[in-house]
Design a protein around this ligand. Structure first.
Ligand code: CP
Ligand code: NVA
Length: 295
């Protein structure tokens, strides 16, 4: 039994195994997880993570339960995380959890006798980063020599997992972010300062194969909206920024996008964008993760 709470829970070999399995299970409907049930314990909204795990489970012959928001005692503060975890362990084969606090996720995992898969916390988003590097590999046919440049909020949960995944798989990563939002210090330390951090987005994208961005206002940060928009305004991924990059550069975004904020319509819908291939790959990669942890 194994949890997936952080990229660090996986070895390089296991990630490569996930990518191979992804290719194998892509577009296949099987009965590999027949009679197995997962619960989607989501405290925050989700389109891609929730739907891709649910559809993925169905395509593997299993079943998924939506345990989001007001449906659950734990989210109305009427039940301890530990008791919820112990109870769900008696019914389900795995839980996909999207929570605010990462400590709450660790608490859930601590009391669980079934795999807990992190579907995003305020701290990280490992399933997203796995899909992202799978997508880069598919797009370029390799990971070796690729340079990914994250532009925007360096303290972002997706950015944290990307730094870890790039470190593990030997992909060069640069984070272009204003000084207010450096990447998480613990992540930088754990990855032996593999990522280059700069506040110069124009310079950073010059040698980029991929420019990646995410929202400036993550779920739970709504009160900081005005300040964040003011501080991040120079970090929009737009046609001007693209003009400094290689003509073949690809644009990625985990979605949901806040069009006109961190990215313009022209770039998101333009010829460099691979965001919907990236979104589709969530489904294929989720299936591999489910199979690996539940088989
Ligand atoms: N990228 C991602 O996790 O999207 P959702 O919030 O829609 O799940
Ligand atoms: N950083 C974003 C990611 C959404 C998938 C958020 O946490 O809202």
């Amino acid at each position: 039994m194994k949890h997936l709470l952080d990229i660090n829970d996986l070895s390089k070999k296991e990630i490569e195994q996930i990518f191979k399995l992804t290719d194998k299970l892509r577009n296949k409907k099987t009965n590999l997880l027949k009679q197995k049930t997962i619960g989607l314990l989501f405290a925050k909204p989700s389109t891609r993570t929730r739907v891709s795990f649910e559809v993925g489970m169905v395509q593997l012959g299993g079943h998924a339960l939506d345990l989001s928001g007001a449906k659950m005692q734990v989210f109305s503060g009427r039940e301890a995380i530990s008791d919820t975890s112990k109870t769900l362990s008696r019914y389900l084969n795995a839980v996909i959890a999207r929570l605010y606090s990462h400590e709450d996720l660790l608490e859930l995992a601590k009391h669980s006798s079934i795999p807990i898969i992190n579907g995003l916390t305020d701290f990280n988003h490992p399933c997203q980063a796995l899909t992202d590097l799978y997508t880069v590999k598919k797009e370029f046919g390799k990971l070796k020599g690729i340079h990914l440049v994250f532009v925007g909020d360096g303290s972002d949960n997706v950015c944290s997992s990307l730094i870890q995944a790039c470190y593990k798989l030997g992909v060069k990563i640069t984070v272009a972010t204003p000084r207010y939002y450096p990447p998480d210090a613990e992540i930088l330390k754990r990855t032996h300062h593999h990522a280059t951090v700069t506040d110069n987005a124009k310079q950073a994208v010059k040698n980029a194969d991929v420019i990646y961005t995410d929202t400036w206002i993550s779920m739970g940060q709504e009160k900081q909206k005005v300040e964040r928009k003011r501080r991040l305004v120079g970090y929009q991924v737009n046609a001007k920024l693209l003009s400094y990059a290689h003509p073949q550069v690809r644009i990625m975004h985990c979605l949901p996008a806040h069009r006109g904020e961190e990215i313009t319509d022209r770039v998101l819908d333009g010829k460099h964008s691979i965001v919907f291939d990236q979104a589709e790959n969530r489904l294929h990669v989720q299936k591999a993760i489910l199979y690996l942890l539940l088989k």
